[in-house]
Ligand binder design. Structure first.
Ligand code: AR6
Length: 170
């Protein structure tokens, strides 16, 4: 398993799936979700609405898949993280786990993830980084297809924290 930590915009990353930090209604109004729809095109929002109409809202820690429109990726895996102080960090762990497992289920070799729940949802970067490391360590031996995980951090601060925690714990 190759794990890369990069500083930059996830919409530019070359991976078969990119993960979106979504809300339960898959209404992509702000943060990384908005950037993904702006760059990938309205098709992502449209398919998201169709998903919610058909299956109902995605629970916190759940995932939903749409196409990726004009992005380089094949799919967007929308992962719903918890809101800090309202929903527990085990939900963040499960959201990350479910995103990775979904990529494997789709037989994809690479996935890019943002720091789910650390923007509008308020989680500290440290908790997100620790959960990601934990899930990767627990899951990677189960993966037959998935061999590259890219973590895309938007700010210098987030990048530095993730690098430190991944170096220490992976
Ligand atoms: N590439 C990579 N990371 C990014 C980008 C980008 N282009 N833009 C922002 N980030 P957030 P949440 C970082 O708020 O906290 C939306 O409205 C950002 O700096 O996008 O899970 C959804 O629709 C932060 O570290 O997601 C939900 O309603 C991280 O991505 C709600 O926000 C996540 O920030 C979800 O909140």
């Amino acid at each position: 398993m190759i794990v890369k930590i990069i500083k930059g915009d996830i919409t530019e990353v070359e991976a078969e799936a990119i993960v979106n930090a979504a809300n339960s209604y898959l209404e992509h109004g702000g943060g990384v979700a908005r950037a993904i729809v702006e760059k990938g095109g309205y098709i992502i929002q449209k398919e998201s609405r169709e998903y919610v109409r058909k299956y109902g809202p995605v629970p916190t820690d759940g995932v939903a898949v749409t196409s990726a429109g004009k992005l380089k990726a094949k799919y967007v895996i929308h992962a719903v993280g918890p809101r800090y102080g309202i929903e527990g960090e085990e939900k963040l762990e499960e959201a990350i786990r479910n995103a990775l497992r979904k990529a494997e289920e789709l037989k994809l070799s690479s996935i890019a993830l943002p720091a789910i729940s650390t923007g509008i949802y308020g989680y500290p970067y440290e908790i997100c980084a620790e959960k990601m490391v934990k899930v990767i360590k627990e899951e990677y031996t189960n993966f037959k297809y998935l061999n590259t995980i890219i973590v895309s951090l938007y700010s210098e601060e987030a990048y530095n924290i993730f690098v430190e925690i991944f170096k220490r714990e992976l």
